[in-house]
Every structure is written in structure tokens, then in C-alpha cells.
Design a protein around this ligand. Structure first.
Ligand SMILES: *[C@@H]1O[C@H](CO)[C@@H](O)[C@H](O)[C@H]1NC(C)=O
Length: 201
């Protein structure tokens, strides 16, 4: 495939084509979704996770001492906020990844962080380890920090000049939609949403 830049002078106003739309959707949904979803996902089940931290810590002390409210809040706060630490690490690695693997390659390699994070978070409950939840949040944070740099870079570089502004906003759009989705999925009565949509369609 010829380089898009080399074709640009011949074309008056290159529009969207199926391949470009696919690349935009894949990059934006594959990265922006991860980013927004993990921002929002811990909000709704917060109380449940704190209860779980309580139970886990209580069991570890052989039911000798009840964990204090402060210690539970501390662990919970760390679990929520290390995501941002991971984000800072990921954001700082953006330049390195973009140069070493390329924009697309960087986004693909970045999935390793998402997978490690998902495995750690997914098995934290059965392993009765909130440390795994915290470690998973760091890895997801690194993934999202890298996404936040690589995906908009990739999107603006693959789009023709006249579409660059519009395509550049797609990442933010997907990010906010995925925050909404994470909140809806976290709602206790989320079935209601499905029923509601069921009435429309
Ligand atoms: C933690 O669990 C213990 C034992 O079930 C309970 O007595 C205590 O109220 C819980 N603490 C909090 C902050 O929920």
C-alpha cells in the first residue's frame, strides 16, 4: 500500500473510506474505551469492594482484629489512585513506544499491559488479595497512559488533513461514552436500562 502522504497531492479532498473508518474505530474503541471504562468502573461498586477489603483483612488476621475504617479507606484509596500513577508512567513512555514500535505497533504492544492488568484484577477476588487489585490498576493505568498518547497521535496521522480535526476528537468521544457505560454497568439496577431499551426497539 502506498504511503497516504504520497497520494495526498493527487486527491482534492480525500474522504472517509472503509479502511480509514475501520482504522479509526479500531484505534478509538480499542484504546479510548479502555481509558474511560477504567476511570469510571470503580465508582459504582466502591462500597462492595470496601466490604471485600474488610472481609479479606479480617480473615488474614485470623479474625483477631476488625480492620479499622481508616485502614479500609486507605487501601481502597490506593487501589483507586494508583491508576493515575500508572497513567503517569504510561504517559511518560509514550514517546519511547511511538519511536520504538511505531504508533500502531505501540498500540498493539500496549495490549500486554491491559492483559496483565485484567488478569491481576480478574483473579484478585478468588486469590483474596487486594494487592493484586492494586497491581492490576497500575498496569491498566500504564496501558491507559500509553493509549492517551499513542491513539490520538495515530488517529491524527492516518487521517487526511481535512478530516484531522474531526478524527482527533473521536478518542475523547469514545472515552466519555465508555465512562457512561462503566457507570451503567455498575448500577445495581442496570437490568432496568436494558428493559428500557427493550421497550424502544
Ligand atoms: C468490617 O467487618 C467487620 C466484621 O464483619 C464488621 O464488624 C465491621 O463493621 C466492618 N467494618 C466496616 C468499616 O465496614
Amino acid at each position: 500500500m502506498p504511503c497516504p502522504e504520497s497520494r495526498e497531492p493527487e486527491r482534492k479532498a480525500p474522504g472517509l473510506n472503509a479502511r480509514l473508518v475501520f482504522a479509526i474505530c479500531a484505534a478509538a474503541i480499542g484504546s479510548g474505551f479502555q481509558h474511560g471504562y477504567n476511570i469510571g468502573v470503580v465508582n459504582a461498586p466502591g462500597k462492595l469492594i470496601q466490604q471485600w477489603i474488610n472481609v479479606t483483612d479480617y480473615a488474614r488476621s485470623d479474625y483477631a482484629e476488625v480492620p479499622t475504617e481508616a485502614s479500609i479507606t486507605w487501601i481502597w484509596s490506593v487501589a483507586v489512585s494508583v491508576y493515575c500513577i500508572g497513567g503517569m508512567i504510561g504517559g511518560s513512555l509514550t514517546g519511547f513506544f511511538a519511536e520504538k514500535f511505531g504508533r500502531k505497533g505501540g498500540l498493539i504492544v500496549n495490549n500486554i499491559f491491559a492483559m496483565i492488568g485484567a488478569i491481576l484484577e480478574g483473579f484478585a477476588y478468588s486469590a483474596r488479595s487486594y494487592e493484586m487489585l492494586i497491581a492490576g490498576r497500575i498496569f491498566i493505568g500504564i496501558n491507559c497512559g500509553l493509549n492517551a498518547g499513542l491513539a490520538p497521535m495515530y488517529l491524527s496521522e492516518i487521517s487526511p488533513v481535512n478530516l484531522r480535526g474531526a478524527v482527533g476528537t473521536v478518542y475523547q468521544l469514545v472515552l466519555t461514552i465508555s465512562i457512561l457505560i462503566s457507570q451503567i454497568l455498575g448500577m445495581e439496577n442496570w437490568e432496568w436500562v436494558l428493559k428500557y431499551f427493550g421497550h424502544i426497539f
